[in-house]
Design a protein around this ligand. Structure first.
Ligand code: FES
Length: 318
């Protein structure tokens, strides 16, 4: 008999039963719509067990590699431990190794944590207190860094921002959970053009993906578009300019919102105007919901398939 475990519940599956049907039978009220593998409303994630290939049809390579599947067409043949996409998994301890300003309103937080496996571009949940949890993307690389690195924008009245400004120092103990997200360098052809487009601290996961691509020997052209409100928000600008000077196939395109500034403009407009070959390019989008959704639509309308577009939406969190 095949067993499904989710949260605190274990469910024995009936022969031929889908994960969606089993969750409903257990009264867990999972989301669903088409019930035919088309709409992705029933998306879940397996953290243990082997998924039948049919349950991942139509998902991006990044989603497949990180265990996402469609519950309505998943008839498991082995035991599975699953989570809903919004769940972040088990919590572990982390210690602050360093915290420093990258810009007037952006800090770099480096954490040490044992046993946290992730892919560059994924995100984690930072838990300062039981009622204070926020999601942040990882800018570090698991093979190159012995710490986890987060880039965090500080808001004037945010609770987490206040803690980061005033209380959290090197040596502080926090908790983290995750990783989550499928905006990773997976399924990209080494000769394929890549366009990484983000705003604000949306640079963090793109930076991780860029390092992963270069580390894997990616040969196709890579363009990184980073938008910020002002020049101080282009916080890794020097390092990225220097990298572009050393890597002939990498191009860094910084933009600031102030139209009168030398780099003034709109990051999405610049990307849409200068990317060529939409049908061939692998896109990575990270930033606020409006930016990511607008770009996804425009890129799709210009000829890219949805499977070419990896996206990570930052929801407001202070
Ligand atoms: S409910 Fe639509 S894909 Fe599963």
């Amino acid at each position: 008999m095949t067993r499904l475990t989710t949260g605190g519940s274990a469910i024995n599956l009936e022969p031929g039963e889908t994960v969606l049907q089993a969750l409903e039978r257990a009264g867990l009220d999972p989301p669903s719509s088409c019930r035919a593998g088309q709409c992705q409303t029933c998306l879940h994630r397996a953290i243990e067990g082997t998924l039948p290939p049919a349950s991942q049809e139509g998902l991006t390579p990044g989603q497949k590699a990180t265990g996402y599947f469609l519950a309505c067409v998943c008839v498991p043949t082995s035991d599975l431990v699953i989570m809903r996409p919004g769940d972040v998994g088990r919590e572990i301890d982390a210690e602050v190794r360093a915290i420093e300003k990258l810009a007037p309103d952006i800090v770099r937080l480096r954490l040490e944590a044992d046993g946290f496996d992730y892919r560059p571009g994924q995100f984690l949940e930072l838990i300062a207190r039981d009622d204070l949890r926020r999601h942040y993307s990882l800018a570090s690389h698991p093979d190159e860094d012995d710490f986890l690195e987060l880039h965090i924008r500080l808001h004037d009245n945010g609770r987490m921002s206040r803690l980061l400004r005033n209380e959290i120092i090197a040596g502080a103990r926090l908790r983290i959970a995750g990783p989550s997200g499928a905006c990773i360098y997976e399924g990209v052809d080494p000769d394929q053009p890549m366009a990484l487009i983000g705003a604000g601290t949306g640079l963090a996961p793109l930076y991780g993906v860029l390092r992963e691509a270069l580390g894997c020997g990616h040969r196709g052209p890579i363009r990184l578009y980073h938008g910020a409100r002002n020049t101080s928000g282009l916080y890794l600008g020097d390092a990225l300019q220097s990298l572009a000077g050393r890597q002939a196939h990498f191009d860094y395109k910084p933009v600031v919102l102030d139209p009168s500034a030398p780099l003034g403009g709109d990051v999405s407009a610049l990307a849409l105007a200068t990317v060529t070959g939409f049908a061939e390019t692998a896109f990575f989008l990270c930033g606020g919901e409006n930016l990511v959704n607008r770009l996804r639509r425009e890129i799709f309308l210009r000829g890219a398939s949805l499977n070419q577009i990896r996206a990570d939406v930052f929801l407001p969190g202070r």
